[in-house]
Design a protein. Structure first.
Ligand code: IVH
Length: 686
């Protein structure tokens, strides 16, 4: 790598500087994707910040044309207090809906009649279930972007849009169309199903309400006032149209789609030309058949008249163009009756109302519970116990109540009231300003404590085998433990006194507890159950502070200075350590001799300059990933064993390289040893 100093040195010539700049941009793009999108950083926070700083410094001294698309421009804006209104240069229309082939044919007949033509050709596109945005590019540079809003005025979410890795900050040039001075590009911001599930799992872990579906998650993420939060959300974008296109002249919608792709915009690869309405219907059926295998949710297909002059001729009615149609899939909905609304208390005291319903089959799955999220949601939908309701399951997502079937109201339904006292401990319930959730404020609430102990012992945290929900509750109810630190003082005699505790299982549990006495620091921080501190944040904190003591004495400023830690997380960390009850538990951990292990910073791993050869298959990663790990830490990977090989990593079913290494006395290490060396000790599968 060329010059690695933090500030550009005077002797660095211009060419070298530009080379380093482009190298840094690539490296940072790579690491920020690992960090934000894939949730798997390869380098430490400090290293990332250092690269960013180096790039910022170089860019300040050696400005170039690519600056607008540099990673330095993506994140970095301060949180807003609210979004500025944004008037769309050309209004954003909506789409008329059609259900079934009959209505699709009606649409085509109407167009042929109005246009007095025999046949119309179309472009057919998947209808993504996200939220529509309008992006402004000037001379090829991304300038601003906004949500659709009411179609005339949306919200300026430019800073958040910039954090979407697939959104080009700079358009590419293409041979057929010059880049216009001004263009509005339209598309859909969405979240894929898998990252959505992952995000929700993380939210639940962190004591936050999960999003009902990927659409809500995408909308909620894009409308964050703090772009740092948006940056952590796995958002994607597909572009499917233009608004006022300035001097860009197009003849057909298909040409627009092709040109958008050539300009470097992500365009859905499933978009097709359809030469008549039969082809459109075949497309609709095909997309319906592959719907569940797509990585993102769609709720139908969109048909658009291809020729733009025909579009112009057709015009629009009541804010929907006559030349486009949304052909919707039937939703996976079903009707049932709400028998009860119960309230669950989570680890952080959040009260979640849950509808208990007569079991009903929705798209092949028997459903009997649906989350109602919070009181506002219940009031908004006016859901009462005894109501007949329509419920919906979107993909694999937790079922939701769509609406009450009001025509079935008898008058005997009971309105729901959030309890004034915690259903578990009877303590006061509060709702803080600006929060949708009601919380039980009692830190000793048994429901919270049990949840807390269960969380402490869970796999991503201290990983105490055998200590699940039942046993946590049993130990707590038997008054053997009151908090997680008490686990370390349990005796075999106490355990044997419990129902159904045999000698062997008591020993196993004590062994598992014993094994957890030297946890990795990040696991321990996560296990503490600090609100908003999930696995990832815990890792960041562990890397930054290196010890629990250092974290405990950190002030607000030091916390928020960490990339990705905003004021809300910082506040919750400060509150946690300021709380007397928590301090008592922490002291108890210390008395128990618990000693969290500081992470090995990547810079100190023994991989720098070392040469590795892999043989056999690895359990935790593929070869390419292993190679990337080695390279990111300054090592190299070779395919054959030579005198210069530093280590041979032997996976499952190693080949002849293993023998060769042994003959030449080259150190052979296991996958586990390799991972430890690379500063990513193994997380053992259950
Ligand atoms: S075109 C005038 N194309 O559907 C045309 N919309 O009900 C306006 N949508 O707000 C939109 N995929 O959020 C278009 N391929 C697609 C789409 C699409 C999803 C959404 C978009 C829009 C809504 C209209």
């Amino acid at each position: 790598m060329a010059g690695r100093e933090d500030s550009p040195s005077k002797i660095m010539d211009k060419e070298a500087a530009h080379q380093r700049i482009s190298e840094l941009r690539k490296t940072i793009e790579y690491h920020s994707a690992r960090y934000y999108q894939q949730d798997a950083p390869e380098i430490s926070d400090a290293e990332y910040d250092r690269l960013m700083k180096e790039l910022q410094n170089l860019e300040a001294c050696y400005p170039d044309d690519e600056l607008a698309s540099s990673p330095t421009q993506r994140v970095g804006a301060a949180p807003l207090s609210k979004f500025a209104p944004f008037t769309h240069p050309q209004p954003m229309l909506s789409l008329a809906n059609a259900f079934g082939a009959g209505e699709i044919r009606d649409f085509d007949s109407r167009i042929r009649r109005l246009a007095k033509v025999e046949r119309v050709d179309y472009v057919a596109e998947p209808k993504l279930d996200g939220l529509a945005v309008n992006l402004i590019y000037e001379n090829g540079q991304f300038r601003r972007g906004a949500t659709r809003g009411d179609g005339a005025v949306g919200e300026d979410v430019s800073q958040n849009l910039k954090t979407i890795a697939s959104l080009p900050l700079k358009m590419k040039t293409c041979a057929s169309h010059t880049i216009p001075e001004f263009i509005e590009v339209r598309g859909e911001v969405y979240m894929e199903k898998e990252p959505f599930e992952k995000l929700n799992r993380r939210r639940v872990e962190e004591g936050e309400a999960p999003f009902a579906n990927p659409r809500n998650a995408a909308a909620g993420s894009l409308r964050q006032l703090d772009p740092k939060i948006t940056a952590r959300r796995p958002l994607n974008i597909f572009l499917y149209g233009v608004g006022s296109a300035g001097n860009a002249a197009f003849g057909s919608h298909w040409e627009i789609i092709q040109t958008l792709a050539a300009w470097g915009f992500p365009v859905n690869p499933l978009i097709r030309q359809a030469s008549d309405i039969d082809a459109c219907i075949a497309y609709f059926e095909h997309i319906a058949s592959i719907r569940s295998s797509l990585p993102y949710d769609i709720d139908g297909v969109v048909l658009k008249v291809n020729r733009l002059e025909l579009q112009a001729l057709l015009g629009s009615v009541s804010r929907s163009p006559r030349w486009a149609l949304a052909c919707k899939f039937p939703a996976e909905q079903a009707a049932t009756v709400i028998q009860d609304i119960i309230v669950q208390v989570g680890r952080t005291g959040t009260l979640t109302p849950v509808a208990v319903m007569e079991p009903v089959n929705v798209g092949g799955v028997l459903v009997s519970r649906a989350t109602l999220h919070n009181e506002d949601e219940i009031l908004k939908k006016d859901i009462r116990v005894g109501d007949a309701v329509l419920i919906q399951r979107a993909g694999d997502v937790i079922p939701e109540v769509v609406s009450v079937i009001l025509s079935k109201r008898t008058g005997r339904e009971k309105e729901f009231r959030m309890p004034r006292a915690c259903p578990e401990c009877g303590s006061e319930i509060v709702r803080q300003a600006g929060e949708a959730a009601h919380r039980c404020v009692n830190l000793s609430c048994p429901a919270q404590l049990k949840e807390h102990i269960r969380h402490f012992a869970s796999r991503g945290a201290m990983d105490i085998e055998g200590l699940g929900e039942k046993l946590s509750a049993q130990l707590f109810d038997a008054k053997l433990i009151n908090d997680p630190a008490d686990l370390y003082f349990l005796t075999k005699e106490q355990l044997l006194g419990l129902d159904r505790q045999a000698e062997k299982s008591a020993e196993n549990l004590l062994d598992a507890i014993e094994r957890s006495r030297t946890p990795a620091l990040d696991k321990f921080i996560f296990a503490l159950g600090i609100r908003h501190v999930g696995e990832r944040t815990a890792k960041l904190l562990a890397h930054h502070f290196g010890s629990l003591e250092a974290l405990m004495s950190a002030g607000r400023e030091e916390l928020t200075a960490i990339h990705e830690i905003g004021p809300e997380i910082a506040q919750s960390i400060l509150e946690f350590f300021a709380e007397a009850k928590n301090r008592i538990v922490l002291e108890k951990f210390q008395r128990a001799g618990l000693s969290p292990q500081a992470p090995v910073p990547p810079a100190q791993t023994g991989l720098q300059g070392k040469s590795f050869v892999f043989t056999g298959s690895l359990e935790s990663m593929g070869r390419n990933e292993a190679k990337a790990v080695v390279e990111s830490l300054g090592g190299v990977v070779h395919s054959s064993v030579t005198g210069k090989t530093s280590y041979v990593v032997a996976g499952r079913e190693p080949g002849s390289k293993l023998e060769k290494a042994r003959k030449q006395n080259i150190p052979v290490i296991s996958e586990e040893e390799f991972l430890t060396m690379a500063g990513r000790p193994i997380r053992r599968p259950a």
